[in-house]
Design a protein around this ligand. Structure first.
Ligand code: ZN
Length: 241
Protein backbone atom coordinates (compact mmCIF):
# COMPACT_ATOMS: atom_id res chain seq x y z
CA UNK A 1 0.00 0.00 0.00
CA UNK A 2 1.35 3.41 -0.91
CA UNK A 3 1.84 6.13 1.68
CA UNK A 4 -1.53 7.58 0.72
CA UNK A 5 -3.11 4.22 1.56
CA UNK A 6 -2.15 4.87 5.18
CA UNK A 7 -3.45 8.42 5.17
CA UNK A 8 -5.33 9.27 8.35
CA UNK A 9 -4.46 5.99 10.08
CA UNK A 10 -3.89 7.93 13.28
CA UNK A 11 -7.49 9.20 13.05
CA UNK A 12 -9.00 5.73 12.77
CA UNK A 13 -9.42 5.45 16.55
CA UNK A 14 -11.34 8.74 16.55
CA UNK A 15 -13.62 7.30 13.90
CA UNK A 16 -13.95 4.14 15.98
CA UNK A 17 -14.91 6.16 19.05
CA UNK A 18 -17.55 8.11 17.09
CA UNK A 19 -18.95 4.93 15.55
CA UNK A 20 -19.25 3.15 18.91
CA UNK A 21 -20.99 6.18 20.34
CA UNK A 22 -23.39 6.23 17.36
CA UNK A 23 -24.01 2.47 17.85
CA UNK A 24 -24.84 3.00 21.53
CA UNK A 25 -27.13 5.94 20.80
CA UNK A 26 -28.97 4.03 18.07
CA UNK A 27 -29.40 0.99 20.32
CA UNK A 28 -30.82 3.16 23.10
CA UNK A 29 -33.07 4.91 20.58
CA UNK A 30 -34.46 1.55 19.42
CA UNK A 31 -34.93 0.48 23.01
CA UNK A 32 -36.88 3.63 23.88
CA UNK A 33 -38.93 3.50 20.71
CA UNK A 34 -39.70 -0.14 21.39
CA UNK A 35 -40.86 1.20 24.71
CA UNK A 36 -39.45 -1.59 26.88
CA UNK A 37 -39.34 0.63 29.95
CA UNK A 38 -42.74 2.09 29.17
CA UNK A 39 -44.05 -1.44 28.63
CA UNK A 40 -42.67 -2.61 31.95
CA UNK A 41 -44.13 0.41 33.77
CA UNK A 42 -47.49 -0.14 32.07
CA UNK A 43 -47.49 -3.83 33.08
CA UNK A 44 -46.90 -2.85 36.72
CA UNK A 45 -49.66 -0.23 36.61
CA UNK A 46 -52.08 -2.68 34.99
CA UNK A 47 -51.29 -5.37 37.57
CA UNK A 48 -51.83 -2.89 40.41
CA UNK A 49 -55.17 -1.90 38.86
CA UNK A 50 -56.24 -5.52 38.45
CA UNK A 51 -55.35 -6.36 42.06
CA UNK A 52 -57.31 -3.33 43.22
CA UNK A 53 -60.29 -4.33 41.08
CA UNK A 54 -60.28 -7.87 42.54
CA UNK A 55 -60.18 -6.50 46.09
CA UNK A 56 -63.04 -4.09 45.46
CA UNK A 57 -65.13 -6.95 44.06
CA UNK A 58 -64.33 -8.99 47.15
CA UNK A 59 -65.33 -6.07 49.36
CA UNK A 60 -68.63 -5.70 47.47
CA UNK A 61 -69.23 -9.41 48.00
CA UNK A 62 -68.61 -9.09 51.74
CA UNK A 63 -70.92 -6.05 51.97
CA UNK A 64 -73.70 -7.90 50.17
CA UNK A 65 -73.22 -10.93 52.41
CA UNK A 66 -73.36 -8.72 55.48
CA UNK A 67 -76.55 -7.05 54.25
CA UNK A 68 -78.15 -10.45 53.63
CA UNK A 69 -77.22 -11.71 57.10
CA UNK A 70 -78.43 -8.53 58.76
CA UNK A 71 -81.83 -8.71 57.12
CA UNK A 72 -82.03 -12.39 58.07
CA UNK A 73 -81.25 -11.44 61.69
CA UNK A 74 -83.95 -8.75 61.49
CA UNK A 75 -86.55 -11.15 60.24
CA UNK A 76 -85.62 -13.67 62.96
CA UNK A 77 -85.90 -10.91 65.51
CA UNK A 78 -89.38 -9.99 64.26
CA UNK A 79 -90.46 -13.64 64.42
CA UNK A 80 -89.03 -13.83 67.91
CA UNK A 81 -91.06 -10.78 69.00
CA UNK A 82 -94.19 -12.24 67.47
CA UNK A 83 -93.68 -15.60 69.21
CA UNK A 84 -92.92 -13.91 72.52
CA UNK A 85 -96.11 -11.84 72.18
CA UNK A 86 -98.08 -15.03 71.70
CA UNK A 87 -96.60 -16.39 74.96
CA UNK A 88 -97.97 -13.49 77.00
CA UNK A 89 -101.04 -12.14 75.19
CA UNK A 90 -103.22 -15.01 76.41
CA UNK A 91 -104.12 -16.15 72.92
CA UNK A 92 -102.55 -19.56 73.60
CA UNK A 93 -103.66 -21.45 76.70
CA UNK A 94 -102.55 -24.99 75.88
CA UNK A 95 -99.38 -25.71 78.00
CA UNK A 96 -97.97 -28.03 75.32
CA UNK A 97 -98.43 -25.37 72.73
CA UNK A 98 -96.92 -22.76 75.04
CA UNK A 99 -93.95 -25.06 75.62
CA UNK A 100 -93.55 -25.43 71.85
CA UNK A 101 -93.58 -21.64 71.45
CA UNK A 102 -90.96 -21.19 74.17
CA UNK A 103 -88.84 -23.79 72.42
CA UNK A 104 -89.28 -21.98 69.13
CA UNK A 105 -88.23 -18.67 70.73
CA UNK A 106 -85.06 -20.34 72.08
CA UNK A 107 -84.33 -21.67 68.61
CA UNK A 108 -84.83 -18.26 67.06
CA UNK A 109 -82.54 -16.61 69.63
CA UNK A 110 -79.82 -19.19 69.00
CA UNK A 111 -80.06 -18.80 65.20
CA UNK A 112 -79.98 -15.03 65.47
CA UNK A 113 -76.92 -15.27 67.77
CA UNK A 114 -75.05 -17.39 65.21
CA UNK A 115 -75.92 -14.97 62.44
CA UNK A 116 -74.81 -11.98 64.51
CA UNK A 117 -71.48 -13.72 65.15
CA UNK A 118 -71.10 -14.20 61.39
CA UNK A 119 -71.85 -10.50 60.86
CA UNK A 120 -69.14 -9.57 63.36
CA UNK A 121 -66.64 -11.83 61.56
CA UNK A 122 -67.59 -10.20 58.27
CA UNK A 123 -67.11 -6.73 59.72
CA UNK A 124 -63.61 -7.65 60.87
CA UNK A 125 -62.79 -9.05 57.42
CA UNK A 126 -64.15 -5.92 55.76
CA UNK A 127 -62.02 -3.69 57.97
CA UNK A 128 -58.91 -5.70 57.09
CA UNK A 129 -59.79 -5.62 53.43
CA UNK A 130 -60.43 -1.85 53.62
CA UNK A 131 -56.92 -1.41 54.95
CA UNK A 132 -55.43 -3.64 52.22
CA UNK A 133 -57.38 -1.69 49.59
CA UNK A 134 -56.01 1.62 50.88
CA UNK A 135 -52.47 0.24 50.47
CA UNK A 136 -53.29 -1.12 47.01
CA UNK A 137 -54.72 2.27 46.01
CA UNK A 138 -51.47 3.94 47.04
CA UNK A 139 -49.46 1.36 45.05
CA UNK A 140 -51.72 1.88 42.05
CA UNK A 141 -51.28 5.67 42.23
CA UNK A 142 -47.51 5.21 42.46
CA UNK A 143 -47.45 2.88 39.45
CA UNK A 144 -49.56 5.31 37.37
CA UNK A 145 -47.27 8.20 38.31
CA UNK A 146 -44.22 6.13 37.38
CA UNK A 147 -45.75 5.33 33.99
CA UNK A 148 -46.42 9.01 33.30
CA UNK A 149 -42.89 9.83 34.39
CA UNK A 150 -41.27 7.12 32.23
CA UNK A 151 -43.33 8.27 29.24
CA UNK A 152 -42.11 11.83 29.75
CA UNK A 153 -38.53 10.75 30.41
CA UNK A 154 -38.47 8.57 27.29
CA UNK A 155 -39.74 11.46 25.19
CA UNK A 156 -37.06 13.79 26.54
CA UNK A 157 -34.32 11.17 26.17
CA UNK A 158 -35.37 10.42 22.57
CA UNK A 159 -35.09 14.12 21.71
CA UNK A 160 -31.69 14.32 23.36
CA UNK A 161 -30.42 11.19 21.53
CA UNK A 162 -31.63 12.51 18.20
CA UNK A 163 -29.79 15.79 18.72
CA UNK A 164 -26.59 14.01 19.73
CA UNK A 165 -26.85 11.65 16.77
CA UNK A 166 -27.03 14.59 14.37
CA UNK A 167 -23.84 16.03 15.89
CA UNK A 168 -21.95 12.73 15.89
CA UNK A 169 -22.95 11.90 12.32
CA UNK A 170 -21.67 15.31 11.21
CA UNK A 171 -18.39 14.63 13.00
CA UNK A 172 -18.18 11.29 11.21
CA UNK A 173 -18.90 12.86 7.84
CA UNK A 174 -16.11 15.37 8.38
CA UNK A 175 -13.65 12.73 9.55
CA UNK A 176 -14.13 10.01 6.92
CA UNK A 177 -12.57 11.96 3.99
CA UNK A 178 -9.45 12.53 6.11
CA UNK A 179 -8.81 8.77 6.17
CA UNK A 180 -7.72 6.74 3.14
CA UNK A 181 -10.68 5.09 1.41
CA UNK A 182 -9.19 1.58 1.49
CA UNK A 183 -8.50 1.93 5.18
CA UNK A 184 -12.08 2.97 5.90
CA UNK A 185 -13.32 0.08 3.80
CA UNK A 186 -11.20 -2.46 5.68
CA UNK A 187 -12.23 -0.91 8.99
CA UNK A 188 -15.93 -1.13 8.04
CA UNK A 189 -15.56 -4.78 7.05
CA UNK A 190 -13.89 -5.62 10.35
CA UNK A 191 -16.47 -3.63 12.30
CA UNK A 192 -19.25 -5.65 10.71
CA UNK A 193 -17.54 -8.92 11.69
CA UNK A 194 -16.25 -7.94 15.11
CA UNK A 195 -19.09 -6.48 17.14
CA UNK A 196 -18.52 -2.94 15.94
CA UNK A 197 -14.81 -2.74 16.67
CA UNK A 198 -12.59 -2.66 13.60
CA UNK A 199 -9.64 -0.70 14.91
CA UNK A 200 -7.85 -0.95 18.22
CA UNK A 201 -4.98 0.75 19.96
CA UNK A 202 -1.78 -1.20 20.53
CA UNK A 203 -0.62 -0.37 24.05
CA UNK A 204 2.58 -1.94 25.42
CA UNK A 205 2.30 -4.71 22.88
CA UNK A 206 -1.29 -5.52 23.92
CA UNK A 207 -4.13 -5.31 21.38
CA UNK A 208 -6.93 -3.30 23.01
CA UNK A 209 -9.45 -5.03 20.75
CA UNK A 210 -8.94 -8.58 22.06
CA UNK A 211 -6.61 -7.81 24.99
CA UNK A 212 -4.04 -10.34 23.88
CA UNK A 213 -0.34 -9.63 24.10
CA UNK A 214 1.38 -9.87 20.75
CA UNK A 215 4.59 -11.92 20.54
CA UNK A 216 7.89 -10.04 20.33
CA UNK A 217 8.46 -11.76 17.00
CA UNK A 218 5.17 -10.43 15.64
CA UNK A 219 5.82 -6.93 17.01
CA UNK A 220 9.18 -6.95 15.28
CA UNK A 221 7.71 -8.24 12.02
CA UNK A 222 5.04 -5.54 12.13
CA UNK A 223 7.61 -2.78 11.95
CA UNK A 224 8.50 -3.89 8.44
CA UNK A 225 4.94 -4.48 7.28
CA UNK A 226 3.56 -2.26 4.58
CA UNK A 227 -0.04 -1.14 4.98
CA UNK A 228 -2.03 -1.23 8.18
CA UNK A 229 -0.80 -3.38 11.05
CA UNK A 230 -3.23 -6.09 12.12
CA UNK A 231 -3.58 -8.01 15.36
CA UNK A 232 -2.33 -11.55 14.88
CA UNK A 233 -5.21 -12.85 17.04
CA UNK A 234 -8.31 -10.82 16.19
CA UNK A 235 -7.11 -9.33 12.87
CA UNK A 236 -8.25 -5.84 13.84
CA UNK A 237 -6.32 -2.84 12.56
CA UNK A 238 -3.79 -1.81 15.20
CA UNK A 239 -2.84 1.77 15.92
CA UNK A 240 0.30 2.02 18.10
CA UNK A 241 -0.11 4.34 21.06
ZN1 ZN B 1 -6.49 -8.32 18.81
Amino acid sequence: MATDGMRGLDRLLDLQEIDLSIDRLEARHRELEGGEEIGAARTLADEAERRLGDMRLELDGLSREQGRLESEADSLSRKEDAERARLYDGSVANPKELEAIRHEVENLVARRGRIEDEVLDLMVRREELDETIRRAEAEHREARDRLTEVRGEAGRELDEIERTLVTRRKEREALVPVIAEDLVELYEELRAQKRGVGAAALVDGVCQGCHQKLSPLELDRMKRVEGPRRCEYCRRILIPR
